[in-house]
Write a protein that binds this ligand. Structure first.
Ligand code: ZN
Ligand code: FE
Length: 280
């Protein structure tokens, strides 16, 4: 399996889909669980305490099976936003494990069983390490990204995808661009886990708007071979996304020239890219 070169040298050593994140304080095991047609749930497990978190809960049965296979008991569910393909499994998981459900305060009432409503001011921890809440509205109005600085991981839900970004359903181009900019300000070696396996189709669009980008061409080769082998394209690294993802590159001269937006603001270039992608 590939070493994805995270800040703390992310390794695969507990099975084909799980990787170990050693940090100064705690060591977490990460498992990426495919759910529904193209969603992911990420499981984080802390062997010392037994604490186990799910980031989003698309499908209770798939998540229960993944936990049982590993002998883990779910203690926390971190929810990025209220859409059903991220929350549909919460009720059954809560009933089975009694896990604590954490999610954006701004979407209270739209997320089942929400017990810990959070905002950027919240002091959250998981397995002894801080979990920062970053407001990333645009896809939905309360969407949040969870960032674990000690492990160098961010869970971006449907805001930042590999080679793409989420559709703007409840916000506007300016707020979505600000959200992506907040994620882009994290360290380049942050491992990015997002809510969907959309990388291949995102990459086809990216190549249309920036065909001269060598890093993008190389990433697409990698993505094509991973998908052909039935493997995930995640996690990706933030630095790699900044070099390849057109939605993080509105400053690119080539993209601006192609769109005829040389003098526009970054958010306007971003907004035009998002409109074009909606029609692609
Ligand atoms: Zn969504
Ligand atoms: Fe989604």
């Amino acid at each position: 399996m590939p070493n994805v070169c995270g800040r703390r040298d992310i390794k695969f050593d507990t099975g084909p889909r799980d990787h170990q994140i050693p940090s100064a304080m705690v060591s977490l095991v990460v498992a990426l669980i495919p759910c529904l047609s193209d969603n992911y749930c990420v499981l984080l497990h802390h062997p010392e305490s037994g604490q186990t978190a799910a980031i989003d809960a698309p499908d209770a049965e798939a998540i229960k099976a993944a936990l049982a296979e590993r002998g883990w008991r779910l203690t926390h569910i971190f929810v990025t936003h209220h859409h059903n393909d991220h929350t549909g499994g919460i009720k059954a998981l809560k009933a089975f494990f009694g896990a604590s459900v954490i999610g954006p305060a701004a979407e209270e009432g739209r997320i089942p069983e929400l017990a810990v409503p959070v905002s950027p001011a919240s002091k959250l921890t998981f397995a002894g390490q801080p979990v920062e809440v970053i407001e990333t509205p645009g896809h939905t109005i309360g969407h949040v990204t969870y960032y674990l600085p000690e492990s160098g991981m961010a869970f971006t839900g449907d805001t930042l995808f590999s080679l793409g970004c989420g559709r703007i359903f409840e916000g506007d181009a300016k707020s979505m661009w600000q959200s992506l900019s907040r994620i882009a300000a994290l360290p380049d070696d942050t491992a990015i886990y997002c809510g969907h396996e959309y990388t291949l189709s995102n990459g086809r669009f990216a190549l249309q708007v920036e065909p001269e980008n060598e890093a993008l061409k190389a990433r697409m080769k990698e993505v094509e071979s991973l998908r052909a082998a039935g493997r995930s394209t995640l996690p990706t690294l933030l630095g790699k996304e900044k070099a390849t993802n057109p939605f993080l590159r509105p400053q690119s001269r080539a993209i601006r020239a192609r769109l005829g937006l040389e003098g526009a603001e970054d958010w306007q270039v971003f907004g035009r890219l998002r409109e074009l992608k909606n029609k692609a």
